[in-house]
Design a protein around this ligand. Structure first.
Ligand SMILES: O=C(CO)[C@@H](O)[C@H](O)COP(=O)(O)O
Ligand SMILES: [Co+2]
Length: 215
């Protein structure tokens, strides 16, 4: 099954509510929200107030991708704001295991994100605890970048780890996902697909999402 999570980073912020409505109507499964602090990544975007506003507007699942240093400082804020899925970068927190438990203590799905240069083996000792894994297929910080082909090997390695753990959790991929790269990721074992520019740069959102879903 292909599930699509439009990345709101590529939406028209002046009309965020109608942008959300348009992708939901077009078949979006989950909404992806990119949070950036200008430190972990060289860009600043969206705080917990944006998540609260979205929570009031929609009942769609909200997938919040924290690209911030020491994300444990803001876990409670984003959970209270209404996140359903909250992911933190392995590279951004010293106490990853503790941060995962903290997210789960709020009854929110906990995800772990790997930068392109980070090996799948970083998941070895947390794979039984996480609710999903997010493999970055570009370097985080900006939308509209090109997919890094080498990440297909990492998706396969993460798939093997998940299978060995005996659990069924999502592998989400994020960055440069379009109608050409999505099937490659799917074949490698990904199940949830974030797409920003491939959806919001298109006038016809339904056509864009159907193209991604292969309909
Ligand atoms: O987390 C990020 C970027 O850091 C992503 O969620 C992007 O926003 C995806 O945008 P496209 O690559 O699909 O345009
Ligand atoms: Co993202």
């Amino acid at each position: 099954m292909v599930r699509i999570a439009p990345s709101l980073l590529a939406a028209d912020f002046l009309n965020l509510a109608s942008e959300v409505d348009s992708v939901e109507k077009a078949g979006a499964d989950i909404l992806h929200i990119d949070v950036m602090d200008g430190l972990f990544v060289p860009n600043i975007a969206m705080g917990s107030n944006v998540v609260s506003a979205l929570r009031e507007h929609t009942s769609s699942e909200l997938d919040v991708h924290l690209m911030i240093e020491n994300p444990e400082r803001y876990v409670a804020d984003f959970c209270k704001a209404g996140a359903d899925m909250l992911s933190v970068h392995v590279e951004a927190t010293t106490h990853l295991h503790r941060t995962i438990q903290l997210i789960k203590s709020h009854q929110v799905k906990a995800g772990v994100v790997l930068n392109p240069a980070t090996p799948a083996s970083m998941l070895n000792y947390v794979i039984d605890d996480v609710d999903f894994v997010l493999v970055m297929t570009v370097n985080p910080g900006f939308g509209g970048q090109s997919f890094i082909l080498k990440m297909l090997d990492k998706i396969k390695a993460v798939r093997r780890l998940i299978e060995a753990s005996g659990r069924e959790i999502d592998i989400e991929v994020d960055g440069g996902i379009n109608a050409k790269t999505l099937p490659l990721c799917r074949e490698a074992g990904a199940t949830l697909f974030v797409a920003g520019s491939a959806i919001f740069n298109e006038q016809d959102r339904e056509l864009a999402i159907n193209r991604l879903k292969g309909i």
